[in-house]
Ligand binder design. Structure first.
Ligand SMILES: Nc1ncnc2c1ncn2[C@@H]1O[C@H](COP(=O)(O)OP(=O)(O)O)[C@@H](O)[C@H]1O
Ligand SMILES: [Mg+2]
Length: 308
C-alpha cells in the first residue's frame, strides 16, 4: 500500500539563516503509530508544521494521501488533525463551541453526535459548557486533542502531547490513541521521552540536528536491548587488546584498566566462560567483573552521538 504520508528530501532554512531540516525522507504507513523521537531543537515541530502546511519548506516535497501539501493544501489539511505543542485556546469560548467550530473550519458539516463522542472519549463531556479559561492545563490539552479530532482526520499529529501532563491523563491519552489506531487513523507523535516512544509506538524514527538518524520497528529496536556488557576491571592496565583475544568483541576503556565485552543475551552461548578462560590463559589478572544491560536510553544516546 502507498504510504499515507510521504516526506522526501525535505529541507528547511529559516529566515534567520538557521537550517532546521537537512534533507529528511520518511514514509509513514497507513494505520501505524510512529514516534518521532529527538531532543529539543531536533527539528520535530518544523517537520510536522511543514507536513501540515503551516510552514513552507525550503526544498523537497510532502504528500498526504497522495496529494501534495502545497498544491492541494485544503485537501490534505482536511485529512490531518494537529495537536500543537503550544497551548493556544480561545479563553472565553466554551469547550463545545470550540470543538464544534473547529470541525466547521475544516469544511465538515455539523455532527453533534461525533463531537459528543469525542468529548466523552476524552473525558471532557461534563466540561462541555465550561469556558476554556476555567479548565486546568491537562484539560486544555485534551480540548486541543478534541479539536484535532473534530473533523475526523485520517492522520493525527501529536506534537509533544504529554508535556506537562500527569500520569493518569497520559494513560487515558494513550488509550484514546490506541483506539484511534484501531479505527484506522495513522498517528505521528513527537516526543523527547524515550519511554513514551517505547510504550506507544509501532515504529520509531530518531531525529537530531535536522536529520533522521534511524527508522526502525520498535520491536527490532528493542531486541538491541538484548545486548549486555561485561566489564572486566584489570589488576594491571593494558595498552591494547591482546592479539590472542582478537576473536572477542572487546574494547579497552578507562586508560586500559577495563575491558568491555559486548555480548548478546539472546544467543545460546554468550562466550563469557570462554573469554574468562582466555583471559586466564593470557595471564591477565582480574580485579573485578560486573555486567550491565544497555537501555533504550543508552541506544538513543549512542545513535545521537554517532550522528554528530
Ligand atoms: N521560526 C524560526 N526561526 C528560526 N529558527 C527556528 C524557528 N523555529 C524553529 N527554529 C529553530 O529550528 C530548530 C528546530 O526547531 P524545532 O523544529 O522546534 O525543534 P523540536 O520541535 O525538535 O524541538 C531549533 O534550533 C529552533 O531554534
Ligand atoms: Mg517541538
Amino acid at each position: 500500500m502507498a504510504p499515507i504520508v510521504s516526506v522526501s528530501n525535505l529541507s528547511k532554512t529559516y529566515a534567520s539563516g538557521f537550517t532546521a531540516l537537512k534533507g529528511v525522507s520518511l514514509d509513514i504507513e497507513q494505520g501505524e503509530i510512529l514516534a518521532l523521537l529527538g531532543p529539543n531543537g531536533a527539528g520535530k515541530t518544523t517537520m510536522i508544521s511543514i507536513i501540515c502546511g503551516i510552514v513552507n519548506a525550503s526544498g523537497g516535497e510532502v504528500t498526504v494521501g497522495g496529494h501534495d501539501v502545497v498544491r492541494d493544501f485544503r485537501q490534505t489539511r482536511a485529512m490531518i488533525g494537529l495537536v500543537p505543542q503550544e497551548l493556544t485556546t480561545d479563553a472565553f469560548e466554551t469547550v463545545w463551541n470550540t470543538v464544534s467550530f473547529s470541525r466547521g473550519l475544516h469544511g465538515k458539516k455539523p455532527d453533534p453526535a461525533h463531537i459528543e463522542k469525542v468529548l466523552k472519549d476524552l473525558s471532557l463531556w461534563d466540561k462541555k459548557d465550561n469556558m476554556l479559561r476555567e479548565l486546568s492545563g491537562g484539560m486544555k490539552r485534551r480540548v486541543l486533542i478534541a479539536k484535532a479530532l473534530s473533523h475526523e482526520p485520517r492522520v493525527l499529529f501529536l506534537d509533544e502531547p504529554t508535556a506537562g501532563v500527569d500520569v493518569t491523563l497520559r494513560k487515558s491519552m494513550w488509550d484514546v490513541v490506541r483506539e484511534l489506531r484501531a479505527s484506522g487513523v495513522t498517528i505521528i507523535l513527537t516526543t523527547h521521552y524515550i519511554e513514551e516512544a517505547e510504550e506507544i509506538a509501532d515504529r520509531i524514527a530518531v531525529i537530531n540536528g535536522g536529520e533522521i538518524l534511524l527508522v526502525e520497528e520498535k520491536a527490532a529496536l528493542m531486541t538491541k536491548l538484548g545486548r549486555k556488557q561485561l566489564r572486566v576491571d584489570l589488576a594491571q592496565p593494558l595498552d591494547r587488546v591482546p592479539e590472542i583475544l582478537s576473536s572477542y568483541d572487546l574494547t579497552l576503556e578507562g586508560d586500559g584498566q577495563c575491558l568491555i565485552f559486548d555480548y548478546d543475551t539472546s544467543a545460546g552461548r554468550t562466550g563469557i566462560t570462554a573469554l574468562l578462560a582466555a583471559l586466564a590463559e593470557a595471564g591477565i589478572r582480574l580485579k573485578d567483573i560486573s555486567t550491565r544491560q544497555s537501555s533504550l536510553e543508552d541506544i538513543f544516546v549512542e545513535i545521537v552521538e554517532a550522528g554528530r
